[in-house]
Write a protein that binds this ligand. Structure first.
Ligand SMILES: *Cc1c(COP(=O)(O)O)cnc(C)c1O
Length: 238
């Protein structure tokens, strides 16, 4: 069967869900503690419909320009209960485009952007739920707060009224063996623990970590959201 056909997408989804459940079970967690975000970037809308028909409700897009038309199309097709996740870099000058009917923005990667989104959300009369993206591995090519920047930014972020921080997100380096990503995921969890200890008012339940290559390790390390694209939809359609 060709990748991307309805039967393949449904089977892939079932397999990914099963692997999440098995990884959760290995560490005494349950699958219900983990939200699978199906990353539909570059995929045609039909792929989203297919996954939806197979019970998938959380979808992730990395470009706000691609997200909006898909949100509109979903509305027109009556797929009203999709939870949309924005997972990619947002340019500061386009921050207002990221204010919308989205369940969660995973990729708030710098304080300037957080401030802008807060102002944009207040102006729009809404509150956006976000995660702060941390560059745990320190790779130069990666976006995100350094752990030090994050610790320093907490008081400012807690004072927002247009943005509610729900947790942290990270991208692991691309490595040959998924197991090599474990220290990165563990450090994100430990960073969250440290913030919670130092700031008793902070409640950050969400950890968005793990992609096609490493989501099982991430689940073992405490991920509450995994962002999986190619394991569900096949190769990206550029
Ligand atoms: C594309 C993307 C993913 C999914 O990647 P796969 O390797 O296809 O699972 C997850 N997170 C972000 C931020 C992405 O851009």
């Amino acid at each position: 069967m060709e990748s991307g056909t309805p039967a393949v997408i449904a089977a892939n989804l079932a397999m990914v869900r099963q692997r999440i459940a098995a990884a959760a079970q290995r560490v005494g967690r349950t699958a219900s503690q983990i939200t699978l975000v199906a990353v539909s970037k570059t995929q045609p809308f039909e792929a989203i419909e297919t996954a939806y028909a197979a019970g998938q409700r959380d979808f992730g897009e990395n470009r706000v320009e691609e997200l909006w038309p898909k949100v509109e199309q979903a509305k027109q097709q009556g797929l009203a209960d999709i939870r949309w996740h924005l997972i990619g870099t947002i340019q500061s000058r386009k921050s207002a485009n990221a204010i919308g009917p989205f369940a969660l923005i995973h990729s708030v990667d710098r304080l300037k952007l957080a401030n802008r989104l807060n102002c944009d959300a207040i102006a729009a009369g809404t509150v956006m739920e976000v995660l702060l993206e941390v560059n745990v591995s320190g790779e130069e090519s990666k976006h995100g707060f350094t752990p030090q920047e994050l610790l320093a930014a907490v008081p400012e972020c807690m004072a927002y009224s247009g943005v509610r921080v729900a947790g942290l997100m990270t991208m692991a380096p691309f490595v040959a063996e998924a197991e090599e990503t474990r220290p990165v995921f563990r450090r994100l969890r430990e960073l969250r623990e440290r913030v919670t200890l130092e700031h008793p008012g902070v409640v950050w339940p969400e950890l968005s970590m793990g992609m096609t290559n490493d989501f099982e390790v991430a689940v073992e390390e405490g991920a509450t959201l995994v962002r999986v694209g190619s394991a569900i939809f096949g190769a990206r359609q550029y």
